[in-house]
Design a protein around this ligand. Structure first.
Ligand code: XMP
Length: 510
């Protein structure tokens, strides 16, 4: 744990909301990190407060995830949420049992007027999701909130600064959830609220100046927000001692390669080598139709190009990467079944001969990275760039990838994006793009029969990319985009809209 930074720790019991809790805390200007629930207590010492997450199990089951009871001896305030509340009750001598009826969703809750956690908060709606609840309070605790189905909707021992809520203050449906978290952080843990992106930027640049003095740093720039912001921070610190290699694999969206080059070389005078490797990638991909094969080829070729270019630069000391906090958390939790191998193109081999890595965004969530990007003056267009898969348009072209098909998709995709922007929906939609489906269909153009490609449009909203809903785009937008695509993009005779959510579909078609 950073020794000097005021930090609150989230202890993860397997709930789906660990990252959301940490983000909420940071939005309230307190730095927060996530730790597994079995972290040894001595590694938690020194923090300002600990928050237990929810979890899928029952605390009385044999393999239930629990933390060490010594966590309660650290002298640090604790807030238990849902399953975390039950962990607190169980470990401190109370009892947890199934409720008469489970509570799910928006539930009216009344609060004790004496509770510091609920100071200034009226009785209101909270988000519940539980089968179990605290049936008997541990010694020293009082009940501090109740709902119809849950007499201990919250409990507390203000003396020891232990607080627990059966509902989820971190989700938007809990009307005063933010105020509760604020009370916990500021009034109970005594935080001062020092976590701000302005000071992060300044402190990080200063620290990088110190660490990178006399060093040459290499960075793989993709134009995505993470690598762009990481590179800009390092650039601020060491200027042209940072060299960026931008491998343009020719599978970017229309004009995107030029935009990246323009912004970073012209506006910021960054030392960038753009490698126009499109033809080389196309040659390797010729005749390949299998999606995983495409990803593999692109991932490997990317590394090869990068290695060749970096070899020309002579000895570089350090490699800069745009790793962000969710990458760090997720790589520590083991993986579910591999549905697609998400090669992070830009992910580089470890044995490339650097003395170390520079990862200035390792502690930040995506929205924080964006705020730093804006601080650094990176244009909105890049800061708000929607996620784009490393293998680029290759996984949106079903069947063989040819220069002509790439161009067709780029044109159709650009029109769709333009229309989404015309309707003012750019920031409302998580991800939206066109797909070249590989299905041919008959059309009529003028008086003649035509036989051309089918474009699918896809737009999804998602919080974590694990699940996603298709977006109910206005018919006028779809109509306009469809009309323009069939009229302006040669070889396209039909446009369809993808109305499948994830699961069962994935976001990308391949
Ligand atoms: P799926 O299609 O699995 O996508 O629902 C989830 C998110 O991941 C992106 N994606 C990729 N990103 N390399 C990447 O860097 C890949 O091979 C890849 N495949 C999918 C996708 O755009 C979405 O944001």
């Amino acid at each position: 744990m950073p020794e000097t930074r005021e930090t609150v720790l989230v202890l993860d019991f397997g709930g789906q909301y660990a990252q959301l809790i940490a983000r909420r805390v940071r939005e309230l200007n307190v730095y927060c990190e996530i730790r597994p629930c079995h972290t040894p207590p001595e590694q938690l010492a020194g923090c300002k407060g600990i928050i237990f997450t929810g979890g899928p199990g029952s605390v009385y089951q044999p393999d239930a995830p629990l933390c060490s009871p010594q966590v309660f001896q650290l002298g640090v305030p604790v807030l238990g949420i849902c399953y975390g509340a039950q962990v607190m009750a169980q470990l401190l001598g109370g009892q947890v049992a199934p409720t008469a009826a489970p509570e799910f969703g928006e539930t009216p809750v009344s609060f004790s007027k004496e509770s510091g956690l609920f100071a200034g908060i009226p009785d209101s709606i909270c988000w519940m999701s539980h089968n179990d609840a605290v049936a008997q309070l541990p010694q020293g605790f009082v009940s501090s909130a109740a709902s119809q189905g849950c007499p201990v909707a919250a409990m507390e021992d203000p003396e020891r600064k232990f607080y627990a809520v059966q509902f989820h203050p971190e989700v938007g449906h809990t009307e005063h959830g933010d105020a509760m978290l604020r009370n916990f952080l500021y009034h109970i843990c005594g935080c001062r609220g020092e976590w701000e992106m302005g000071s992060f930027t300044q402190q990080t640049v200063e620290a990088l100046k110190e660490r990178l003095k006399g060093k040459r740093v290499l960075c793989g720039l993709s134009g995505g927000v993470d690598s762009s912001v990481a590179a800009m921070l390092v650039h601020r610190a060491i200027g042209r001692d940072l060299t960026c290699i931008f491998v343009d694999h020719g599978l970017l969206r229309k004009d995107e390669g030029d935009l990246v080059e323009e912004v970073f070389t012209r506006e910021f005078d960054m030392n960038i080598i753009r490698v126009n490797a499109g033809p080389r990638f196309l040659a390797k991909l010729a005749g390949v139709t299998e999606p995983e094969q495409k990803r593999k080829i692109i991932g490997e070729e990317f590394i090869r190009v990068f290695e060749e270019e970096s070899a020309k630069l002579g000895k570089m000391d350090l490699l800069c990467q745009g790793t962000i906090y969710p990458d760090v958390v997720e790589s520590g939790t083991g993986q579910a079944a591999v549905i697609k191998s998400h090669h992070n193109v830009g992910g580089l081999p470890e044995d490339i001969g650097f003395e170390g890595l520079v990862e200035p965004l390792r502690d930040l969530f995506k929205d924080e990275v964006r705020r730093v990007g804006l601080e650094l003056g990176i244009p909105q267009q890049l800061v708000w760039r929607q996620p784009f898969p490393g293998p680029g348009l290759a996984v949106r072209i079903i069947g063989e990838i040819t220069a002509q098909r790439v161009k067709t998709l780029q044109e159709a995709d650009a029109i769709f994006r333009e229309e989404v922007a015309n309707f003012g929906l750019e920031r409302e939609i998580g991800q939206y793009f066109a797909v070249l489906t590989g299905t041919k269909s008959v059309g009529v153009m003028g008086d003649g029969r035509s036989y051309g490609e089918t474009i699918a449009l896809r737009a999804v909203n998602t919080t974590d990319f694990m699940t996603a809903d298709w977006v109910h785009l206005p018919y006028e937008l779809l109509g306009k985009a469809s009309n323009r695509i069939v009229n302006q993009v040669a070889g396209v005779t039909r446009v369809v809209y993808d109305v499948t959510s994830k699961p069962p579909a994935t976001i990308e078609w391949e």
